[in-house]
Design a protein. Structure first.
Length: 350
């Protein structure tokens, strides 16, 4: 039983595979051989993992222009997000990729044929899954690379990140305030009661989201289905769209209801929407719901060490600590002064 639980906890852990180039993506050393041959089995693995919603990037010590030309020649340049090709330590490159993608180092796998490079990354970033190129086929069969569900968001994850890159580029060029930039994005936030069709993505969110998970707890499909159909819980899914397209289902809310108190058992948001203020928008909507229902709103917060941003979001929304048991904190909301929905957001609810 312990091994099974451990395997389930590991399942789908890898969100991004970072690839070396020489003797990994291709046979040969580009700067020595001039001509290299891309490995078809690696290209097949990249396409297969992309279909599962696993992202890809590159950490290679190489001359950037020449190496990237080979990647483009292989017809797979669009598969790699934020490639790091240069002469930095590969641990630095991996850290930069994690930062750009806004994911934890424990969600990254690093594939390299050189023992020295794997050891350097492992020493600097012990959370990273390091894989010897020679062991790639075996590694891809492990739970870390096999999500339980493949959702619509999974299949579109790379396209969503490419949309985010376009947003970031426009934001960098934009002259004006943050609110003015958000206004021209035409943000639409939907908070809707979860349906059965939402539960695969809901489970995926609890497994994949660490930094913006109020308790760090994960829920299985079956757990969520029971809660969804129980008479004393509310389960909401949050979706975000803007003029660049959809971010997909990016949030989950679980509330245990009673006659006098609603208890927010889980609030989580995808890290991709951290800068859009969606967490605060959702919290303020829940505050209005509780106020209108004439009940208090309490919330669980487990200080995991990684969810500091969630603590800040609760504090900004007017939640105050009323109880503590080690890292388990109980908060209560102030329902007297709830900010309105920002003018730059359209909020849709059912």
């Amino acid at each position: 039983m312990g091994d099974e639980l451990s395997e389930e906890k590991r399942r789908g852990r890898v969100k991004c595979v970072v690839w070396d180039l020489d003797h990994t993506l291709w046979d040969g050393v580009l700067l020595e051989d001039g001509a290299v041959t891309v490995k078809p089995e690696v290209v097949d693995a990249i396409h297969a993992l992309d279909g599962l919603g696993i992202l890809h990037s590159i950490a290679s010590k190489n001359e950037h222009e020449a190496a990237w030309a080979q990647v483009e020649k292989a017809g797979i340049a669009d598969r790699f997000l934020y490639p790091q090709i240069g002469w930095n330590a590969k641990s630095h490159s991996v850290q930069q990729i994690a930062k750009k993608l806004n994911i934890g180092l424990d969600a990254i796998a690093f594939v390299d044929d050189q023992e020295f490079e794997r050891a350097e990354v492992a020493a600097a970033c012990p959370q990273v899954v390091c894989v010897d190129t020679a062991d790639l086929a075996e590694a891809l069969r492990t739970p870390e690379f096999r999500p339980r569900f493949v959702t619509d968001e999974s299949r579109l994850r790379r396209e969503m990140y490419l949309g985010q890159i376009s947003r970031d580029d426009e934001e960098e060029r934009f002259v004006g305030t943050s609110e003015e930039f958000l206004a021209q994005l035409k943000l639409v936030v939907r908070i809707e009661t979860a349906a059965r069709d939402d539960l695969q993505r809901a489970e995926e969110l609890t497994v994949r989201t660490n930094q913006l998970n109020s308790t760090g707890r994960t829920y299985s499909y079956d757990d969520l289905d029971k809660l969804r159909t129980s008479g004393d819980h509310l389960l909401y899914v949050v979706t975000l769209d803007d003029r660049f397209g959809s971010y997909g289902k990016i949030g989950l809310v679980l509330i245990e209801t009673s006659e006098k108190i609603w208890h927010l058992r889980l609030l989580l948001m995808s890290c991709r929407v951290m800068s859009r203020g969606v967490g605060t928008i959702v919290l303020n909507h829940l505050l209005r719901q509780a106020r209108d229902a004439g009940v208090e709103l309490h919330a669980d917060l487990v200080e995991t060490g990684r969810n500091r941003m969630m603590q800040i979001a609760y504090a900004f929304a007017g939640f105050r600590e009323i109880g503590r048991d080690d890292r388990q904190v109980t908060l209560r909301a102030d329902l007297d002064a709830i900010p309105p929905v920002p003018s730059y957001v359209s909020l849709l609810t059912d």
